[in-house]
Every structure is written in C-alpha cells, then in structure tokens.
Design a protein around this ligand. Sequence first.
Ligand SMILES: [Zn+2]
Length: 276
Amino acid sequence: MPELPEVETVRRRLAPALEGRRFERVEIGDARLVRPYEPQAVAAELVGERVAALERRGKYLVVRFESGRVLLIHLRMTGSLRHAPGGTLEDDPYRRAVVRLDDGSDVAYRDVRRFGTWLLFEPGESEGYLVARVGPEPLSPAFTAAALGARLAGRTAPLKSALLDQRRVAGLGNIYVDEALWRSRLHPLRPAGGLDPNELRALHRAVRRVLELGIARQGATLRDYATPDGSSGSMQDEFNAYGRAGEPCPRCGTPIDRIVLGGRGTWYCPACQRLP
Ligand SMILES: [Zn+2]
C-alpha cells in the first residue's frame, strides 16, 4: 500500500502538471470510488474546476481548487495516478477514472482492488474530515522527539500498532514502520508508552530518516505502485528488515524474523530488537 513517501512522490511529480490547470472532462467509471455519491454527478461537479495546489496530508492527496473546494484522493491498497499526453494512455481494465486537463493531457486513476476513494468537499469542509483522521506530519519541523513522545504517552498498545494508527502519526504504514523500528533497534511489541527519552529520540530520528530515504528513492515498488510517468521506485532495494524473513540482519547477521501483529506481517531482527 502506498505510504507517505509514495504519496509524496506522486504529489511532487503531479503538482507541476495539475497546478493552474482546469478539469475539462471527467469520467468516473467505478461507483465505489465516490460512493455514496453517483459517479456521473461527481464527475459533473468536477468539470470546470481549476487546480490551485496539489498538497498532501498523511496518505491523502489534497487537490485544492480555486473555488475553495477540495478533492481528497486516497490510493489505499493499489491505487495509482498516471499523467500522459492526451490520447496516449494504453487500454487498462483497471482504470477507474480519467481527467482531461485544459492543456489536452490526461490524468488517469488506476486501482486493481478498488479500495481507493475520491471525496469532493465544499469549501471549508475538508479540514474537519482530515483533523479527525490524520495526526501530525512526521517530516514537519513541529514533529520533534518530544512531540512523538506525547503522541505515544500512556499507550499500552504495541509500538508498531501505535505507529500504524494514522491519528498518532500521519503517513506511516507497514513498510516504513518495520524499517524505522529496525533502525531504532526497538521491538515491535514494546508497549508504545514505555520508551525512555533515548529510545524516543532514536525512534524519531529513524522515522524521519526512512521517510526521507523513501522519498529520495521515489517510493517502494513491490507490485502496483508506480510514479505518474509509469516508472518504479527503488526504496525496496534499501529494505533492512521488511520482507526479508530468514535473510541476515545487515547489522548483526542474525536471520530476520517474521511475526504477525494485528493481522500484518512484521519483520524485525530478534537480536538487535529485543524485548526488555
Ligand atoms: Zn540484527
């Protein structure tokens, strides 16, 4: 599933193509994308809107229109966006929507498993929606080790589960949490509220480092994720723990172990990341 670095990569690539452009034609071919609203109705509402800015909050792409309306796009499991000159998109059975921009280019939305969402908000209505679902941005200057500690304080849930909770910290998913825990030598089952100040600082540094690395590598392509020009990311080549069960830990050589935590595969080094 796309996490913060993948969504941020999409945003950076797509922003120059979208900003200042008008939605000239909109086709939404999948009712699940915009439910409970009618696809034709949402498409008609979007026609004529001009993009003021393409932003990101957590794993949401935030399309801000000059009208003040906002389209929130969430890619969920397998969503991806493609930008191409008009008429050059190949046939694709998994294409769920296409926007023709006023420069003649197309932005196509593809989603194999169809969990992605497009939500259109009237002016002023998207902020409350996001505040209720998305916590602080881990790459913002306000996100300090102390701020992370405050988000985890008093929580008895496993550290990994707390970090996956978008209301605690925005944008982290299975890959980047496992990588951040490996870097900070913290066991995924540690109680989230039980870290000492040194451990909190290490975790804070590791979270930012893996996210920055993920952005620098244009995200991780395991299956469906691709950048808007169709190319792959290379963060998967940098994994130290995620998906590496049985392979030697790059730090100590101990085979990486896999457990299931909250239904999610979880990879860690049993020697470097010990339970106290
Ligand atoms: Zn190790």
